[in-house]
Ligand binder design. Structure first.
Ligand code: SF4
Ligand code: SF4
Length: 396
C-alpha cells in the first residue's frame, strides 16, 4: 500500500485519529455510519493499517467498497488538523486498483459519460423516453448499478453547439470562451442558452471553443492517465482563446474546479496555469453584475444550498452576495450535504443514504431553494416539494 499510494502514504500516516473529519463528512453522518469503518476517520485508519501491512488484501471487494464511500466532497480537508487530503489518498487507491484489477462495472459509464450524452442528445425523444421507462431503468440498474429510483435528467434534445449556431446574438467587446461541459452541452442545453441570453442582455457574449468533458468523473475515480489526456486537449483549445484576450467562463462547480485547480496540478504546464488564471465562474460574473445594480431577480426570497464543490471553491459566499446585492433575501443558508456527491447518490447501494441526507437538508425549508450544481439540483428536486433553481437561473 505504501508503494501504491506514493507521496499520499506518508501524508496518511500523519493522521492522529482525532475524528474531527467525522463531524463534517456526509458519509459519517448517516444512520449506516454506526460502523466506524464506514466513516471518514475509519477510511484513513484502514489506509494506515494497509500501509503498515496489517491488511491482507487491499483490492478485495470489502476494502474497495469502504473506499468507495468517499465521494470527494473535501469537507474533511478543511477541518483536519494534520492537513490530510483523504480524497486524494482514496483517488490514488483507485488509480492503483485500476492498474491491478481493472475497471469496475459502475465506472464504465463514467469513462464514456460524454460520448453517451452526445449520442443520446441526437436521438429522438421517444427513444430517450424508453431509456427512462421502468424497463429501461431496470436494465440500467443491472448494467451500471444506478438505482432505478434515482432521478435522471431527461434530455432536451440537440446540443448547445447547434443551438448557439442558430442563435444570432451580437458579438460584444466583453467576450468569453464558454466551457459549458457535458451536462449543459448535451443534456440541458436549454439552461445554458438561458444563461447566454441573460449575459447578452448585459453586453456579454460567448463563443464555444472545441472542448471535451471536464473529466470530473475521471478525477473522482482516479483515472489519472485518461484525465491527463482530456485536460491536455481542453487546455490546448482554451489557451488559444486566452491568448486572443478572452477569459474562460464556467457554469458548473465541477468545471471550475477542474480548470482552475486540477488541470494545473496534473499537467504542471504554463498553458494550464494560464487557463487557470483566466477562469471566471459564472457566479463571479453575476456578482459583478449584481453589485453594479443591473440584475433583476425572478424571486424575492430563497434558501441557499451550498454544494460540496461550491463550498470548497468559496463560491457559496459569492452566490449569497450576488443574491443579496440584487435584492433577494437569503432566508437560510444550508451548508450540509444533499447526498448527491456528483454521481455517488445515484447508485443503488448509496441511494438510501443520499435520500436520508437530502431529507435532513430540506427539513423545515419552504419556498424556492437555490443550488449551484446540476446534479444536486436534480437530486434535491426528487426529495424536496418546493421549487429548485440553479444559481444562475434566479435572474431575468
Ligand atoms: S481529522 Fe485528520 S487527523 Fe483527525 S481523524 Fe480525520 S484524517 Fe485523521
Ligand atoms: S471527501 Fe467528503 S466523503 Fe470523502 S472522507 Fe472527506 S468528508 Fe468524507
Amino acid at each position: 500500500m505504501r508503494e501504491l499510494l506514493g507521496a499520499e502514504a506518508s501524508i496518511a500516516e500523519r493522521c492522529v485519529r482525532c475524528g474531527f473529519c467525522n463531524s463534517v463528512c456526509p458519509t459519517s453522518l448517516v444512520s449506516s455510519a454506526y460502523k466506524p469503518s464506514r466513516t471518514s476517520r475509519g477510511r484513513i485508519v484502514l489506509i494506515q493499517s494497509a500501509i503498515e501491512g496489517n491488511v491482507n488484501e487491499v483490492f478485495d471487494e470489502g476494502f474497495a467498497e469502504l473506499m468507495e464511500l468517499c465521494f470527494g466532497c473535501n469537507r474533511c480537508v478543511k477541518v483536519c488538523p494534520a492537513g490530510i487530503p483523504i480524497p486524494d489518498a482514496v483517488r490514488r487507491y483507485w488509480d492503483a486498483y485500476h492498474r491491478a484489477v481493472g475497471v469496475r462495472k459502475n465506472e464504465r459509464l463514467a469513462l464514456r459519460y460524454d460520448r453517451y450524452a452526445a449520442l443520446l442528445s441526437r436521438l429522438p425523444r421517444p427513444v430517450t423516453g424508453v431509456l427512462t421507462s421502468s424497463l429501461g431503468r431496470h436494465v440500467l440498474e443491472r448494467v451500471s448499478g444506478i438505482s432505478r429510483e434515482a432521478p435522471l435528467p431527461s434530455f432536451d434534445g440537440g446540443s448547445l453547439d447547434e443551438r448557439l449556431r442558430r442563435l444570432s446574438l451580437p458579438r460584444t467587446t466583453k467576450r468569453f470562451a464558454f466551457f459549458a461541459d457535458t451536462f449543459y452541452r448535451y443534456v440541458r442545453p436549454s439552461a445554458a442558452l438561458r444563461l447566454v441570453e441573460l449575459l447578452s442582455r448585459h453586453e456579454i457574449s460567448v463563443s464555444l471553443p472545441p472542448q471535451h468533458d471536464s473529466g470530473i468523473l475521471l478525477y473522482e475515480y482516479g483515472f489519472y492517465d485518461r484525465l491527463r489526456r482530456v485536460a491536455d486537449l481542453n487546455v490546448r483549445s482554451l489557451v488559444g482563446r486566452v491568448n486572443e484576450g478572452e477569459r474562460v467562463l464556467t457554469c458548473s462547480p465541477a468545471a471550475t474546479l477542474m480548470l482552475r485547480s486540477v488541470y494545473q496540478k496534473i499537467l504542471n504546464t504554463r498553458q494550464a496555469e494560464l487557463v487557470a488564471e483566466n477562469v471566471v465562474d459564472v457566479n463571479e460574473l453575476l456578482l459583478e453584475l449584481a453589485e453594479s445594480g443591473s440584475l433583476r431577480p425572478k424571486v424575492e426570497e430563497v434558501s441557499l444550498h451550498s454544494s460540496c464543490l461550491s463550498q470548497y471553491l468559496g463560491l457559496t459566499e459569492k452566490i449569497a452576495l450576488a443574491l443579496r446585492a440584487s435584492g433577494v433575501s437569503v432566508r437560510e443558508l444550508r451548508t450540509d450535504c444533499c447526498g448527491m456527491g456528483g454521481m455517488w447518490g445515484l447508485f443503488a447501494k448509496n441511494r438510501a443514504d443520499a435520500v436520508e441526507l437530502c431529507s435532513k437538508l430540506t427539513r423545515g425549508l419552504r419556498g424556492h431553494l437555490v443550488t449551484y450544481s446540476e446534479t444536486c439540483s436534480l437530486h434535491i428536486q426528487s426529495v424536496y416539494a418546493g421549487p429548485v433553481l440553479l444559481s444562475f437561473d434566479v435572474y431575468n
